[in-house]
Design a protein around this ligand. Structure first.
Ligand code: SF4
Length: 315
């Protein structure tokens, strides 16, 4: 089957029945003065309860667009056609429904805690807002806020509660965003480059924390970092808004798609170089840079599968 996102109908049905989240992007495109520009096409995945999935690819590969579409937060000039998103049986394909779940059933952990937090509000205000949004009564808010901060490793809770973001280090601000997510009791966590700006030790602590703090939630990591991606149960590799490879995280030890091979061996610039955006082309979005390129890649990619591991490549 050429360049097709669908798995077999039977596998899809079985997967769907067990999934917490079922996502299918359809086409996500930007309306520009020069016409419509496709940003993401036919990317599908599912996440089970307690499962972690990493979306990995360079800047411009479509990871953030997918995350924004899940939260109903695409820019006004970015439109979708055929987007389907089902969270725990609830259809949240419409942006209004998706955004209404944010802070309740869906929690977002940003890549830069310091930029994400409102500089004019204390940590206490942030946490209380989040708890209020999640429906926690005011009488319970203090204990819940203290518990969330304690869960992410803060000891002097009173001091942190009255702090403004500029009084925190980058790592502390990032931990506050995780505490905010904890206040939601979310079913789905979307973590956008959650270890950005953290040193290796703090990054590994953060990833360990996320696993321990949200054992039942589905977790979606958006990352260009192979180390972060490999922390997940499954990985979906994106290039130019298309799926290149998808499977259990050990696929990184034996990548089959030429783009994934490049990412793993750092032949592809790690997160620094934008991938070509899709226009009307039907072939592989990596064809201009691929060391395994053949004429066929201009028009099509072969879908190949071994068990749960699937990839789209002619190499
Ligand atoms: S071999 Fe062809 S299909 Fe595979 S990544 Fe390279 S250009 Fe794309």
């Amino acid at each position: 089957m050429m360049d097709c996102m669908a798995t077999s109908k039977r596998n899809g049905r079985e997967e769907g029945e067990k999934s917490l989240l079922r996502y299918s992007s359809g086409t996500i495109y930007a309306k520009t003065l020069a016409g419509n520009r496709t940003l993401v096409k036919n990317v599908s995945f599912s996440i089970r309860k307690g499962e972690k999935l990493s979306l990995i690819g360079e800047t411009g590969s479509g990871k953030t667009m997918i995350a924004l579409s899940l939260m109903g937060k695409l820019a006004p000039n970015v439109k979708t056609e055929g987007l389907q998103c089902i969270l725990d049986g609830k259809d949240c394909s419409h942006p209004k429904v998706a955004s209404s779940l944010l802070g309740r059933e869906v929690a977002y952990i940003p890549q830069n805690g310091m930029e994400f937090l409102n500089p004019s509000r204390t940590v206490k205000h942030h946490l209380y807002d989040s708890l209020h949004r999640a429906g926690v009564r005011s009488a319970e808010a203090k204990d819940k806020a203290a518990s969330a901060l304690s869960s992410v490793g803060f000891r002097d809770i009173d001091e942190i509660l009255k702090s403004y973001p500029f009084q925190l280090s980058g790592g502390m601000a990032q931990r506050v965003t995780v505490a905010l997510a904890l206040c939601t009791r979310a079913k789905l966590i979307i973590a956008d480059e959650p270890t950005n700006g953290l040193d290796k030790e703090a990054a590994s602590r953060m990833l360990e924390h996320l696993g321990l703090l949200f054992p039942d939630a589905g977790q979606l990591f958006i990352t260009h970092d192979i180390g972060v991606a490999s922390n997940a149960d499954r990985i979906l590799v994106l290039c130019g808004g298309r799926t290149m490879e998808h499977g259990k995280s050990f696929l990184l030890q034996n990548p089959r798609n030429a783009y994934t091979k490049g990412l793993v061996s750092s032949l592809v610039s790690n997160g620094m170089k934008a991938t070509p955006t899709l226009r009307k082309r039907t072939g592989c979005p990596f064809s201009d840079r691929c060391p395994e390129y053949s004429e066929r890649c201009r028009d099509e990619r072969i879908h190949q599968r071994e068990g749960e591991h699937e990839w789209w490549c002619n190499g």
